[in-house]
Design a protein around this ligand. Structure first.
Ligand code: KG4
Ligand code: ZN
Length: 403
């Protein structure tokens, strides 16, 4: 066994098959992601059966590519880390089974990583990589941090604390229904934009008036109101609501319905349908539509809706995240997950943090969405603490973090 501290990470929880080699949890030697977007795009969302099939196809070449890119062999590795949940059951099983077999065959320890913990470590990994290459003042790496994980499956707030070299997490808030990324994807679909919708809305929003449509969020009032109610979505099932401060609860299903009403009121559906046909599904649709092509198909009313939707969602995420950080005395905010790639979100969180004298950090754009470098990085503290997975480790689609 080498002493380089090399961990091979494997991630297959949703629609990306990913593998990466990370040294000592702080230096990415390779990060390979095979996206299934093209497979799922025509259905406007992830089809679980297709996801499992695509993972089966991609897992071996993706792992090989990650090793080759890092210029290492299996014999150089110190451990294998894999996402054990949450995610799609069949999708998780592909990565998990492969990782278990590889660890067994190579006589390497296996480390199970929660996908959400992985997203948080995407920021920590980026912080460490930039600390190594810059002289800028970095926040104390062992200070407690408030983490917002905002993706297609989650909108969760955690207090993350380093304890004796490993991290512990307390759930502070979360969505009671849709995840923010899910709302982005649904509103984009409604407007005839491609899948996933987040990047399209991100790119088109600067062309509309963010104050044109006064979207608002009802404050979720009391714990009693939600206590004992069954969870309505997969995201909600992974963590209980009743124990949380209602000020830190999110709800994105209302804004999706409000967007639908706006589309109907302004008769935007025919325009959306012709946009979908021209750009994404029709026989003459370009292979890779550009932003300019999408922009040319949007009238000002649609652009106003897009800008206002994004402004409202980012505003709500910002308000509750900073309120939680303040209330829990966290001087550092980590924002991660696919929606953390959003430009308006990054700009407004950065400006608000500066205004309040807090530190905010994001992953690189590539590490914001699903990848395996974050899984290998999250595994490093567990490796040094000897926290290895049992031989009967199984996938847990609703695995919770920090309850
Ligand atoms: O983290 P991720 O790759 O997968 C999940 O764990 O869900 O996040 C994917 C989500 C999708 O909903 C996608 O629309 C959203 O992240 N997303 C964005 C942007 N890029 C990806 N949302 C807003 N703006 C973006 N630039
Ligand atoms: Zn994710």
């Amino acid at each position: 066994m080498s002493s380089r501290g090399l961990i091979l990470g494997i991630e297959s929880s949703c629609d990306e098959t990913a593998a990466a080699v990370v040294e000592r949890g702080s230096l990415t030697l390779s990060s390979v992601v095979a996206s299934q977007i093209a497979t799922h795009a025509r259905y406007g969302g992830v089809v679980p059966e297709l996801a499992s099939r695509e993972h089966l196809r991609a897992i071996v070449p993706v792992v090989r590519a990650a090793l080759a890119e890092a210029a290492v062999t299996l014999a150089d590795l110190d451990a294998i880390a894999v996402t054990s949940g949450p995610g799609l059951a069949g999708a998780l099983l592909v990565g998990l089974t492969y990782a278990k077999a590889l660890a067994f065959a190579q006589n390497l320890p296996l480390i199970a990583v929660n996908h959400l913990e992985g997203h948080i470590h995407a920021v920590l990994l980026h912080e460490q990589e930039t600390a190594q290459s810059s002289l800028d003042a970095q926040p104390a790496p062992d200070a407690p941090a408030l983490a917002l994980v905002v993706s297609g499956g989650h909108t969760h707030l955690y207090l993350a604390r380093p304890t004796n070299g490993t991290w512990s997490y307390s759930l502070v808030g979360r969505t009671v229904d849709d995840a923010a990324g899910e709302a982005y994807d649904k509103v984009a679909k409604l407007l005839g934009l491609g899948y996933p919708g987040g990047p399209w809305i991100d790119a088109l929003a600067p062309h509309g008036d963010p104050h044109a449509v006064p979207f608002s969020f009802a404050q979720i009032k009391t714990k009693a109101h939600l206590a004992g109610k069954p969870a309505r979505t997969k995201a909600a099932k992974s963590a209980p609501i009743a124990a949380l401060d209602p000020h830190f609860l999110f709800s994105f299903s209302g804004i999706k319905t409000a967007a639908l009403r706006y589309v109907e009121l302004h008769n935007l559906r025919p325009e959306a349908e012709s946009r979908r046909e021209a750009l994404f599904t029709g026989p003459d649709a370009p292979a890779h539509p550009t932003i300019d092509q999408a922009l040319a198909t949007c009238d000002p009313t649609t652009l106003d809706l897009i800008a206002s939707f994004q402004h409202a969602v980012v505003g709500d995420l910002l308000k509750k995240t900073f309120a939680a950080a303040e209330s829990l005395s966290a001087s550092r905010i980590l924002v991660t997950g696919g929606v953390a790639a959003n430009r308006e979100l990054r700009a407004r969180f950065t400006a608000e943090a500066a205004r309040r004298g807090l530190h905010v950090a994001f992953p690189t754009l590539a590490l914001s969405t699903d990848n395996a470098a974050m899984i290998a990085a999250a595994a490093w503290p567990r490796f040094t603490a000897g926290q290895f997975a049992p031989p009967d480790l199984s996938a847990n689609p609703s695995l919770a973090l920090g309850i």
